[in-house]
Ligand binder design. Structure first.
Ligand SMILES: C[S@@+](CC[C@H](N)C(=O)[O-])C[C@H]1O[C@@H](n2cnc3c(N)ncnc32)[C@H](O)[C@@H]1O
Length: 285
């Protein structure tokens, strides 16, 4: 309750941190500060700057509501309502997967190989990959595809928030790209097996969309279709860049070769795990 207790911002930060700590949240003080910035509309790192100032009951209430949600197990990004990705500050909520740091590496690999032309990000979710490519690359056009209307609405919101232009399209994998000739096709598709999904970390399973995570009995349903159908939309000599499950990177590289992609190569993420497969479409096919 917000009536009989600490009046300063610092006092409320301590109260929120104690609640998080008691709920088993690691790094409770840092998270309390992040939630305070969200609750009080402050820029990152500003929560402690005005810590001696007296807080209104309304502002204290907003912080404690967010801390309560976090203490119940909701992921920090959803409670705070935002997530950082490369240079972007993105709205984050239950409509789409929380952008992961591993996926930042996928964007880097694409930019190093083909930073211009036409690029499509299939399975765009929050729009993090498409928007980073639009921001950091020199592309003629960037397209972002998802089969979830909710995710696509969030991606569009993120584009507007960051002042970036992406052509958003709703639909199943490559269907909305019919007739396009891409220089790069990039995707972080769902890639868990049904079995892996069943035993996944409870927080992820409870809060993040299943559609973003699971892809059939072998986890490769979406990936296989992308590899098989990719040549219909990628130009000869163009690139395919996929994020994959680290247990299945070699399998995906073999599948890519089987579908005629040239020199499929496995790359590692910042944690040293085999996380990406990149390949080119042959010039002649
Ligand atoms: C692993 S999430 C990736 C989201 C985002 N690109 C990221 O890296 O955070 C996969 C996304 O694929 C979308 N998706 C799943 N099946 C799809 C399909 N058949 N066609 C298009 N999008 C699909 C989900 O809605 C989800 O947004």
């Amino acid at each position: 309750m917000v009536t009989d207790a600490p009046q300063t911002a610092a006092g409320w930060l301590e109260t929120a941190a104690a609640l998080l700590h008691a709920a088993g949240v690691p790094d409770a003080r840092r998270e309390a500060a992040r939630l305070a910035e969200a609750a009080w509309g402050l820029a990152p790192g500003q929560a402690r700057v005005h810590s001696d100032s007296t807080l209104s009951a309304a502002a204290a209430g907003r912080l404690m509501t967010l801390a309560g949600r976090r203490a119940q197990g909701e992921p920090l990004a959803y409670v705070a309502g935002s997530a950082g990705f490369r240079r972007l500050d993105l709205v984050s909520d239950r409509r789409a997967l929380i952008p992961r740091p591993e996926t930042e590496g996928l964007v880097g690999l694409v930019l190093e190989r083909m930073g211009r032309g036409v690029v499509a990000d299939v399975c765009t979710g929050s729009g993090c990959v498409a928007l980073s490519l639009a921001q950091e690359g020199d592309y003629e056009r960037v397209l972002g595809i998802d089969s979830s209307e909710e995710a696509l609405a969030l991606a569009r919101e993120n584009g507007d928030r960051n002042g970036l232009t992406v052509e958003w399209r709703l639909g199943d994998l490559l269907e909305p790209l019919r007739g396009e000739r891409l220089d790069v096709l990039v995707a972080n598709p769902p890639y868990l097996t049904s079995g892996e999904y069943r035993v996944l970390d409870g927080t992820v399973r409870a809060w993040e969309p299943r559609l973003a995570l699971e892809s059939g009995a072998d986890g490769l349903e979406a990936t296989r279709r992308l590899l098989e159908q990719g040549p219909t939309v990628v130009k000869p000599g163009g690139w395919m860049a996929l994020e994959v499950d680290c247990e299945r990177a070699a399998t995906v590289a073999r599948l890519a070769a089987g579908f005629g992609w040239l020199d499929p190569a496995v790359h590692h993420d910042l944690f040293g795990r085999a996380r990406y497969v990149l390949a080119r479409r042959s010039e002649s096919s």
